[in-house]
Ligand binder design. Sequence first.
Ligand code: SAM
Length: 295
Amino acid sequence: MPHGFRGPRHAPDREVPYHRPMSTPPSASNSTPRGNLACVGLGMTLGSHLTPLARSHIEQADVVFAALAHGAAEMWLQRMHPDVRSLQPYYREGKSRLKTYREWVDLMMTEVRAGKRVCAVFYGHPCIFAWSPRTAVEMARAEGFEAHLEPGISAEDCLYADLGIDPGRFGCQHLEASQLLFYERRIDPTGYLVLWQVALVGDWSLTRFETGPAYRQVLVDVLSADYPLDHEVIVYRAPTLPIEKPRVRRLALRDLPAATLTGEDTVVLPPATPLQPNLAVRKRLEALDKEQAFA
Ligand SMILES: C[S@@+](CC[C@H](N)C(=O)[O-])C[C@H]1O[C@@H](n2cnc3c(N)ncnc32)[C@H](O)[C@@H]1O
């Protein structure tokens, strides 16, 4: 990420930690206003991850907003559409990211309400650790506009491919690193643990773009309840430019505070303990099999 270019950060809804389902899209009717909204993912790697459907939303829009991790990606987008408006300038050091993201939603909704076809492009997947696309789509639907979320290739997808991880093998827990510190969470060390936004772990204010070693030490202390300090952690960065390669660093958990971390790094902890057979449930299933003659 070039200096000064901020990739969108997740602003966890700290007050509402439970699941709140989205409303279903309203069906189109004659009374539906013409304005509409599509929030699409650009994928991670410039030029190679954009899906044909996402591209078509971009090309057919009247206005395109861009919240991308790289200036080059914005320039590439400008070749697809003459009116690309960067959301980058709304970030400011010391300003709450939640305020920035609310401003983004306002910008999108102002154009939708004015009857425009609006497309907002986010790097990666627009629903993965991203607050404004989901919020804007929810708001647009609540006001009777058609709104759509179009998936993109996320850092999560790249991570599975580049690290050779199948989340179905041992299971895989994804957590925003700060949430692990702010709340009582139950880690399952028999599966993978993926920690997002570790560079700014422990920032309750939502105003900082990085915290530092002392905050990461708190994270390590929390993790040490479930992992030995010499357990391997993988610091992973997916390529954002086609000339780049995935960056994979392996280090001991105890060394995480001293490691150099950027806003683009995701941290993976491989399983630390073997799966334990659930003998009681196996016995119950065995009895069922016998009963139903599958034994
Ligand atoms: C706000 S989230 C955005 C995620 C994005 N929506 C996606 O689908 O991947 C930002 C976090 O994504 C992860 N991330 C962003 N860029 C990355 C990259 N190039 N490689 C690996 N992880 C990345 C980091 O954990 C970062 O703190």
